[in-house]
Unconditional design. Structure first.
Length: 516
């Protein structure tokens, strides 16, 4: 009787809280089904017959209600499983009753075939036991996907099905101790409504804490996810923002993201503003309260995400511009090398041959010699120009060799320390090369220094390039385009460039470029 009251009471409570869900109605039906099965103990033949007819129907009802939590609806495999359970519990039970099972009080008996009754009744019990264990398997699969607050409730459902399956198997094989196991099974099945009541209380307490959530959301305007996971008690909870100008979803960092299927849209004037991702089993009333709290503070988080998305696009655009410039410089270097330089070399050789074979006027020989010297000078200038467009030694021999050549040509003595093993990504090497070149050029022109040091090496996932001198300091980093261009080049790769230049204290330039 107490199981009847527990299931009916909890079912009515769930029905009143969620009328759209069939779970509450199912719990009420289970309670009354258990009550009808108790009629099998009656001495009245009619009541006894009714009780025996529905005695195993309650097994299918337990399987149905446990697999249908919390929506009251069954999925594909669960629907098949429960359908077979209903067919077996009703069809075979009525069949064995027609064959004379359960004695003279059975009003449905039309014949007496005890041998066949034993076989069919055993098949019925074993089949229902197997279906219950299959239901436990479905709950086990679901248990891994459930949020923590619901796992223990689903676990109590699985435990009830296991106890019921063991009881049916003992009945099929006439194992001793059936009465004791029956009492234990009824106790385990009675845990389900108690667990459900605790779950409802837990959900009510969670809704009561939404006021604290508002305070947390205001205190953490940057990333709302931690506060949402605590409020919903769902580690999968996350907030995504819709940016109409980019026509895509982003996370709190402004990175493009795709919301999962289970989301609740937050709308404004009919247009999406954000999407709250959560587990499908989150209690609807709690979810509604959390969404209302998020709507109060969502604008700040959305603006921050939009700014980060804009910044990411600006960085990507800057990187594309620098890459396009680098590609164009390499093309110009190649064209100069393969075109103008080759023609000037050929012209110099032809002028040399004419000068060697000319026996005439000394003035003409002098003119040819001067023309050849001009060609050689032009060729040297053209080579310098081509190498200035792109550091050929860098692409050919690597960063260490390229910096050694730069230090050797510096106007001041340079102490060089390079701890780079192997080659780095080409954009990183180019950025480090130009930082050193520009810095040493500034040292030679403006610092009045007696020496400089260059240190290049990895620090974690970044390449650190540091140039220091003992000059007069006082460098104005806001004037001139050299350092600004270096900063753009470094920042386009996600790095930073800083300059320290106190009066009389020398100048130190430090660049950190991601290279992991």
């Amino acid at each position: 009787m107490w199981i009847l009251l527990a299931y009916v009471f909890c079912g009515l409570l769930a029905w009143s809280r969620r009328p759209e869900s069939g779970f509450g109605r199912l719990m009420v039906v289970v309670g009354f089904g258990a009550a009808l099965s108790n009629l099998a103990r009656s001495s009245d033949p009619l009541l006894f017959t009714v009780g025996q007819a529905v005695d195993l129907l309650v097994v299918a009802l337990f399987l149905h209600v446990f697999l249908a939590f919390p929506s009251g609806r069954l999925g594909g495999p669960a629907r098949v499983l429960v359908g077979v359970a209903y067919a077996v519990s009703i069809g075979l039970q009525l069949t064995v009753m027609l064959l004379g099972a359960f004695g003279e009080a059975n009003l449905l008996a039309v014949t007496d075939a005890p041998g066949l009754v034993d076989v069919l009744h055993g098949i019925e019990l074993i089949t229902l036991s197997g279906l219950l264990l299959a239901g436990v398997g479905l709950l086990g699969v679901r248990l891994r996907r459930e949020r923590r607050a619901v796992r223990w409730l689903v676990g109590s459902f699985a435990l009830g099905l296991v106890a019921l399956a063991v009881l049916l198997a003992m009945g099929a094989f006439a194992v001793s101790g059936f009465a004791l196991v029956q009492r234990l099974t009824l106790g385990v099945l009675g845990l389900a409504p108690v667990a459900f009541l605790i779950g409802l209380l837990d959900a009510r307490l969670a809704r009561a804490s939404v006021g604290d959530l508002v305070v947390e959301l205001r205190a953490e305007p940057d990333d709302l996810t931690p506060a949402l996971t605590r409020a919903l008690r769902d580690p999968t909870a996350a907030l995504f923002y819709w940016l109409p100008q980019y026509r895509n979803w982003v996370d709190h960092d402004g990175s493009p993201a795709t919301p999962p299927p289970s989301v609740t849209m937050i709308l404004r004037d009919g247009e999406p503003v954000a999407a709250l991702a959560h587990h499908p089993a989150v209690e609807p009333d709690l979810l509604q309260a959390v969404v209302a709290a998020v709507e109060m503070v969502i604008d700040n988080g959305r603006l921050r995400a939009e700014l980060r998305a804009r910044l990411a696009k600006v960085r990507a655009s800057r990187a594309r511009v620098l890459e396009a410039g680098r590609t164009e410089r390499r093309r110009l270097e190649r064209d100069l090398h393969d075109g103008a330089q080759q023609r000037l070399v050929g012209l110099s050789l032809r002028l040399g041959l004419l000068e060697a074979h000319l026996d005439g006027d000394p003035a003409v020989r002098q003119a040819l010699s001067e023309a050849r010297a001009e060609v050689v000078t032009s060729l040297s200038e053209l080579r310098d120009l081509a190498h200035g467009l792109y550091p050929a030694v860098l692409s050919g021999h690597g960063l260490a060799v390229a910096l050694e050549s730069v230090a050797a040509l510096s106007a001041v003595p340079v102490r060089l320390s390079i701890t780079v093993d192997g080659r780095l990504p080409e954009p990183v090497e180019v950025a480090a090369y130009y930082v050193v070149c520009e810095s040493l050029t500034n040292v030679g022109r403006h610092a009045a220094a007696s020496g400089a040091s260059v240190e290049v090496g990895p620090a974690g996932k970044v390449l650190v390039v540091e140039i220091a001198d003992d000059g007069v300091g006082g460098a104005d980093t806001t004037r001139g385009s050299g350092l600004r261009g270096l900063a753009d080049r470094v920042e386009a790769l996600g790095g930073t460039l800083r300059v320290w230049s106190p009066d009389g204290g020398g100048t130190r330039v430090r660049a950190e470029v991601p290279c992991g």
